[in-house]
Design a protein around this ligand. Sequence first.
Ligand code: G1P
Ligand code: ZN
Length: 550
Amino acid sequence: MASQTIPTEPFAGQRPGTSGLRKKVTVFTQPHYLENFVQSLFDVLNATAADGRALSGQTLVLGGDGRFHNRVAVQTILKLAAGNGVARVLLGRGGIFSTPAVSAVIRRRQAFGGIVLSASHNPGGPDGDFGIKYNAGNGGPANETLTEAVYARTQGLRELRSSDAPDIDIDRLGLQQLDDMVVEVIDPVADYAAVMRELFDFDLLRGMFQRGFRVRVDAMNAVGGPYAKAILEGELGAPAGTVVNAEPLEDFGGLHPDPNPVNAEDLIAHMQRPDAPDFGAAMDGDADRNMVVGRNFVVSPSDSLALMTAHAGLIPGYKDGLLGVARSMPTSAAVDRVAKAMGLPCFETPTGWKFFGNLLDDGKVTLCGEESYGTGSDHVREKDGLWAVLFWINLVAASGKSVEALVRELWTAHGRCVYSRHDYEAIPTDKADTLMAGLRAALPSLPGTTVAGCAIALADDFAYTDPVDGSVSQKQGIRVILTDRSRVVFRLSGTGTEGATLRVYLERHEPDATRHDLEAQTALQPLVALAETLAHIRTLTNMDKPTVMT
Ligand code: G1P
Ligand code: ZN
């Protein structure tokens, strides 16, 4: 068997979005589509390694969330890796790895980088989505320079270098040879579990479960299942059945593996029953997102980050204090208030986990999070769903307080950031572009005016200068901030695969601790009206309400 050179044609549309290249399975299964992207990636990694290290002769980590096409794609990538001089691939058994687990394995084993096969929270199956993403040696998503270089390379690629060896057995643990390359099939959970053991008080948690503490974790038929089962039920002694929908299925059993109250309605229903468990959570397709639910009480992701910051000292892995915290721009300012009270630096970055990487690597922050059900810390360079679940359970155990009591305490201390995100999905791309262009054109005239009864203090298109490497990211979302610091943010999704998705983020701060039962959608109505007046969403999209409100 040997490596062969296969002529190919470039594909025009291989530009990765917020989190890698995501397309319909039917796009990925076109001849050479996946191959072109992977060959381009390998060419760039072999040619332009900024630190002088090339991929050839090194170790790569490989695995995905088990969705439809995962197993086929793994074989394709292994053969390309062998054809491009990779010395060793650490492959999760069955081609499986959660996104945070890939990050953990890259870091613990000091691999050159890793490839994650996932379209995260997007539906799977033959008609669903597939995706691929490269993570660098720090365990985090590739930066924009590398991503752009790979994209440029896909535009001119003319040949693939691939092994013609037969498929290997990806379900058998241990070493196998693929031409000159070694494939080591490893337990996808082991390294990740070792990291969790270092951070959390497993003895305390075991005791909690022994005393009857009840948890329901909904893995949504996605890759988080095996991880949650091994750690919660296996190691911590939670009763069997604590983790539900625990078997990763190629189409997620038809569920939309995006943990929000709409998609995880079964969990919400369980948490509202009279016999509800003490703690509930759900994770997404690749297990990097989390939603935390108490008895009859849903925690907003922005509040979750603020609360974790406030109580990090109770968790063994963070007992010495935090270096700082970071949130994405559309995430609410709840964490800013907590950070200020604690005297911690707080950074505001564009949307997407990759922007946290430099801050974490440089020791500027320990915790970070996004409004989109993502929280994480410096233990890996991805957001981490099960980590957040363990953090919360550890917090409940160490404080002796319920989820709801903890959040209400936070609101009493810092006021409440009433928050909602309205998504308008599958808008024709030209309509979405017109809407954003109209908003951008209006920005300079807005500050100092009153629109739809709202007094506007500031209006801009968020730009970010990375405090570590000085790189500038422009046009990261339009912010309209009112004199009382309420705000509306508009941005287009970078992860959708059908037309454009407009996200409208609404936030209002309510200082009065007696008004904690405010219903968010009602309380945010003036901001919804402002958004409509500024952006003409209804007229331009022909949609009279959002597709999803979280
Ligand atoms: C979405 C979320 C963003 C998250 C990303 C990847 O991106 O909004 O916070 O980092 O998924 O999970 P978007 O579709 O908004 O570009
Ligand atoms: Zn995800």
